[in-house]
Design a protein around this ligand. Structure first.
Ligand SMILES: *Cc1c(COP(=O)(O)O)cnc(C)c1O
Length: 395
């Protein structure tokens, strides 16, 4: 196959619109519900709650806002220890800092790349006072949610599930976004469905949901005038934005099916290379939000990363994530490094990190790469991406 630079950029993951979104926005305009109240918000909350099987939900301006309210609901205060998965986007953990909590990072396991239940147990031995744990379902793959939930219950800690990347994924038949006491999803532009920017806090605790809704609209008390006893936020989703989400919900399952096809095509196309795909447990159904590769240890070329750049020396038959990423880029193809673990970030240099033996998350960051999996990518385009990756290994 002849490899040419793509004229149109092949994207990692971008918004895919269908038409209904605009119809719901038009409805909001026509009825003049151009505010943070309206039918689009109501229907989006209802639709997502019913889809995942949560009793209640609050539509918010972002997934980060949902996590912040979850942290507040969990009662995290200055100096409180919070355990969080280290291998994630910093949006997962920043809200703990907003409340001045003390973050302790937990390493990942190899089976799902998410929080290692054994490392979590070890963390509770060191910090038995911890009352809040945040787990993530990275790239759409459920973590070992029942084990993590059980350990939290045994220690009287509240579990927050960051399901920002996993809306529609399930674990042992139960949807992600329902395992935590408080759960968050994101509708950011590149997620499985989008509202352009937005998020949702989900919980079976309806009092908590009502509290979060109140906090999200400046915590107004019931009074004829503006009366406040608590600190509030301007975190509510707009009814215009919710119209996009309402239209997208009609296509969520179609998006998930397409993401799985892309993952399967990569797995098949790359099967002769010294690498593996992002793993998952058979008892789970991931949504394959992103397809990722992990290069075998003995197929890694010499490489080095500073805080701001990666260098490498290619030898025949070997490669590394920065080599593949830069090669793809030269063909106008977007790829992305694995999230750099939080315990490796300068901002969290002082925070404790609990691992078993080897630093698993650092190793996944070192050897892993997220491949383009925009659902509008054609099979032909994907086949070329596969050939480019093969060429990095001299095949
Ligand atoms: C996208 C994302 C978030 C935050 O969502 P926003 O809607 O962008 O605020 C949180 N956690 C993870 C793991 C994410 O990928």
């Amino acid at each position: 196959m002849e490899l040419k630079r793509f004229e149109k950029r092949v994207l990692l993951s971008s918004a895919t619109m269908h038409g209904e979104e605009q119809a719901f926005i038009k409805e909001a305009f026509d009825t003049n519900w151009v505010t943070t109240v309206g039918e689009n918000i109501n229907q989006l909350e209802k639709g997502v709650s019913e889809f995942v099987g949560a009793k209640g939900s609050v539509a918010l301006a972002s997934g980060t806002a949902a996590l912040h309210l979850a942290i507040k609901l969990a009662g995290v205060k200055q100096g409180d220890v919070v355990f969080a998965q280290t291998l994630t986007f910093d949006a997962t953990v920043n809200p703990v800092m907003y409340e001045k909590g003390k973050l302790v990072f937990i390493d990942s396991e190899r089976d799902t790349w998410n929080m290692d239940p054994e490392a979590l147990k070890k963390a509770f031995e060191k910090y038995p006072e911890c009352k809040c744990v945040i787990t993530v379902n990275l790239y759409g793959t459920p973590s070992k949610l029942d084990e993590i939930r059980k350990i939290c219950d045994e220690h009287g800690a509240i579990l927050i599930e960051d399901a920002a990347e996993s809306l529609g994924a399930s674990y042992k038949g139960q949807m992600t976004g329902t395992f935590g006491t408080y759960n968050s999803v994101s509708f950011n532009g590149n997620k499985i469905i989008t509202t352009s920017g937005g998020g949702m806090m989900l919980s079976d605790d309806l009092d908590a949901v009502n509290k979060a809704r109140k906090w999200s609209t400046q915590a107004r008390d019931a009074a004829p005038w503006y009366q406040h006893t608590e600190l509030g936020y301007n975190y509510r989703m707009s009814n215009i934005v919710a119209g996009i989400g309402r239209g997208q919900m009609l296509h969520l399952e179609e998006h998930i099916a397409r993401k799985k096809e892309i993952y399967d095509r990569y797995r098949e196309g790359l099967k002769d290379l010294p690498l593996s795909m992002n793993p998952y447990l058979d008892c789970s159904k991931p949504i394959f939000w992103l397809s990722c590769i992990l290069i075998d240890k003995d197929a890694m070329c010499e490489h080095n990363r500073t805080d701001h750049e990666g260098t490498y020396t290619v030898v025949p038959g070997k490669s590394c994530p920065d080599h593949i990423r830069e090669t793809l880029e030269s063909y106008n193809v977007e790829s992305r490094p694995i999230w750099k673990p939080m315990h490796m970030q300068p901002i969290y240099a002082e925070n404790d990190f609990i691992k078993l033996n080897e630093d698993v998350s650092a190793d996944i960051f070192d050897r892993g790469l997220c491949l383009p999996c925009d659902i509008k990518m054609t099979d032909e385009e994907q086949d070329i991406v596969i050939e480019i990756i093969k060429s990095c290994f001299g095949k």
